[in-house]
Write a protein that binds this ligand. Structure first.
Ligand code: AMP
Length: 396
């Protein structure tokens, strides 16, 4: 397998699949350039190696072919500025004219192809479209982890045209390495903290993790589905009646597989879903009528912290309370603090999934964790144990 570190880019046109799907305001100005910034190291590596980057991405959701609203032209100026090199824009992403422009690139010159989704073949994973795209380069670098769960022409299908000249970019490489440190080769004990609102949205991940983890901390709104299933009272807490059976099954499976499950023993309840509500701490399975559980209680937090701080590897997906309201953020903050403490002692920690990333940022803990994944759907599918086409295409 080729790697970006060792590949010889001299004189080569390197097709790089990036994720430039950035937000624009009404004046077509980029309002958050994080994704463009994130792609710069891979692009610079090609330039430094004497190659010519040919950049390709989707942008927005154009429905019927070319549409100026979704043209890559809006990205040329901010991209050129961040890269420190003037970027040329191709009139399309395939075709004879584009191929000629790509072939004429001198070492160090950068070409941005027009929006891949102006062609239906991209999302369809059309082989002929992938072949045409492939004509624009001598090698293929996949650096778009966010779309790695899609078998699109540029994210997976075109790999077949570069059997010996395909590789990950830095972004996707570090994402895959970090995930492997958790799922393939973890320092034990491995603890997963799953939180968030509902069991239903996390069930496949939880089931897959039961084969990997030593400890599973289940927190947040899903606590109450488990409590109800075991005969507790949950007041007006969020509870999925259709998943009571599933909850019992998860506990049974965990026991069979020797996984320690930790759930709340006490919770902070409120008489309204509001920062001004009255609150009290009660046993997690004895919530009075008219009260709802919105955060982990002190005894629970202490136990969660002890488990986390004694872990060798930690995966955090989902807050253990309604962290958006400061009064119910303590559990999630303390989970974050414990992860930072464990990381300082040598544990590997990965935080992923929108809301836990928001937590870590809100609490100013981002520098204290080993890796933050912002990949969304691709990360969730990976945690569910699915094969990601964009990763498999490089590895196969
Ligand atoms: P998810 O997207 O499934 O990770 O869910 C994240 C959301 O779960 C956040 O907006 C939290 O406010 C919410 N959440 C966490 N704990 C609770 C709870 N006890 N009751 C209601 N919502 C919760």
């Amino acid at each position: 397998m080729q790697t970006i570190q060792s590949y010889d880019f001299k004189g080569k046109k390197a097709l790089i699949r990036v994720d430039f799907n950035v937000p624009l305001n009404e004046n077509f100005e980029v309002t958050d350039d994080t994704r463009i910034r994130a792609a710069i190291p891979t692009i610079k590596k090609v330039i430094e190696g004497g190659g010519s980057p040919v950049i390709m991405s989707h942008f927005g959701r154009p429905k019927d072919g070319p549409n100026d609203k979704y043209s890559m032209r809006h990205l040329v100026a901010p991209f050129s500025k961040l890269l420190g090199t003037e970027v040329k824009l191709a009139p399309d992403c395939v075709g004879a004219e584009v191929k000629a422009i790509a072939q004429a690139l001198k070492p160090g010159e950068v070409l941005l192809l027009e929006n891949l989704r102006f062609h239906k073949g991209e999302e369809k994973g059309d082989v002929e479209f992938a072949r045409q795209l492939a004509e624009n380069g001598d090698c293929w670098i996949n650096d778009a982890f966010g779309t790695a769960h899609r078998a699109h022409a540029s994210t997976a299908v075109m790999a077949q045209f570069f059997p010996n000249d395909k590789m990950f970019g830095y972004l996707i490489e570090s994402e895959v390495e970090s995930l492997n440190k958790v799922l393939k080769n973890p320092q034990r004990p491995l603890t997963a903290i799953m939180g968030g609102a509902k069991v239903s949205s996390k069930i496949t991940i939880i089931e897959n993790l039961l084969d990997q983890v030593d400890n599973l901390i289940l927190g947040g709104g899903m606590t109450f589905t488990f409590m109800k299933a075991k005969g507790g009272t949950v007041g007006t807490s969020i509870c999925e009646e259709d998943y009571l059976e599933t909850a019992l099954n998860i506990e049974k499976l965990a026991k069979e597989k020797g996984v320690n499950i930790y759930m709340a023993s006490d919770v902070v309840v409120a008489d309204a879903f509001s920062p001004d509500a009255n609150t009290q701490v009660v046993p997690a399975n004895q919530i009075p009528d008219g009260w709802m559980g919105l955060d982990a209680g002190p005894e629970t937090i202490a136990r969660f912290k002890e488990v986390i701080e004694n872990s060798g590897t930690i995966l955090w997906n989902g807050p253990v309370g309604v962290f958006e309201m400061e009064r119910f953020a303590k559990g999630s903050r303390e989970v974050g603090n414990a992860i930072v403490a464990a990381t300082a002692k040598g544990a590997f920690s990965l935080v992923g999934g929108g809301d836990s990333v928001a937590c870590v940022n809100q609490f100013g803990l981002a520098d204290g964790v080993s890796y933050i994944s912002t990949a969304g759907g691709a990360l969730l599918e990976y945690l569910e144990g699915k094969n990601l086409p964009g990763v498999a295409a490089v590895l196969d």
